[in-house]
Design a protein around this ligand. Sequence first.
Ligand code: ADP
Length: 454
Amino acid sequence: MIQKILIANRGEIALRIVRACRELGIKTLAVYSEADVQSLHVQLADEAICIGGPKSSDSYLRADRIISAAEIADVDAIHPGYGFLSENAKFAEQCESCNIKFIGPKSKSIKMMGDKSVAKDTVRKAGVPTVPGSDGPVENETEAVKIARKVGYPVIIKAVAGGGGRGMRIAHNDISFAKEYHVARNEAEKAFGNGAVYIEKYIEKPRHIEFQILADSHGKILHLGERDCSVQRRHQKLIEESPSPFLTPDLRKKMGKSAIRAASAAEYENAGTIEFLVDAKGNYYFIEMNTRIQVEHPVTEEVTGIDLIKQQIRVANGEKLGFDQGDIKFEKHAIECRINAEDPARNFAPSPGTIGLYYAPGGHGVRVDSHVYSGYVIPPHYDSMIGKLIAFGSNRKTALERMYRALSEYLIRGIKTTIPLHKAIMSDPVFIEGKATTAYMEEFMSRTPPDLFS
Ligand code: ADP
């Protein structure tokens, strides 16, 4: 039985895990960097251990120090959250070999899905549609150009080890391909220590629609519906909602089945996400699987009423999922806006610093997941997300109206945030009509005067 969990993360997700553990009666240990002493998760956890300096490479990425902390504090399990070590198969293996439960899938599944080209190959063999492209990584530039021509321009060059939208370049012809190929390889080498890239057909103006998977260690794999994450900037999600305004019941059913097939091909256990691109005609293609909890998981929680973090812990505890596919009801519409400490009017320049006044919205159908408060100092060392605002209701219109209302109440003084940008999007007819594709943000920014979101 899991009685104490080490949270190998920071920020809002660490706080989210502390909260789930509290409700389950499980003790928590926060590990933190010197820059995070003031963070809410450190203050609310039962115990806290400082594991190093502000840089992630000196703290949140130090598997050795995290495992030592786990041993000192005698925890039963480690929850990795998202980012940092959450998709590091070696770390999962280290936990397993130290007899500490890693709250996530088996290291074997992480490895299989962590290499994007192996992942594509695995799910394709299981009968799930994938984007046409190279069979695995490309060996050299000559071979790469040949494949790009065969696939047909435009193509996208992607890092095998990719994540967070990095190491991805688009090429429209042989000339731009030669340049982008090298840029992608260098970027991938720098970001992931692995320069291997593969090639895919670039799907024009698709939607990004992903399915939430939940699987136990007894062979049951279910999906908890989809999230439409088409509103992205530089391949990074900004807004997510469920259900997708684009999917028909038929397509939802087909994609849900494909998602489960993909997860079983990975012999998956715990929570995970199958990501697809969907073109205007409703053709869908697997792009990758994330073998961890996602930032946008609250959207699914509010639609289904299922607490995903608690389910992750129960699955790690060896329990069976207490429901079947048919028991999952999709009764609400939910939407999430990522609140980033960035200035949208100045090309999203990071805006770290001290938060003056902080007042979070509330009321019917509103949820805020955030670790910040009045007087909190945002460290410059980590990503810029300082919170997530989720609004939900019985239909899309209500959820959107509520989101606008909640954004208008949200006060964060002293720094710039993405709140005014989200308000402008919530009032934009293209978004309101549910027509946003992954090309939406660029188009929206080009036609909207910056003073509207400064
Ligand atoms: P990462 O792991 O870096 O997040 P993904 O493979 O999940 O990368 O892709 C992120 C985003 O990049 C997608 O949501 C989509 O907007 C864009 N993208 C990826 N592959 C393609 C493709 N083949 N065609 C068009 N857009 C793509």
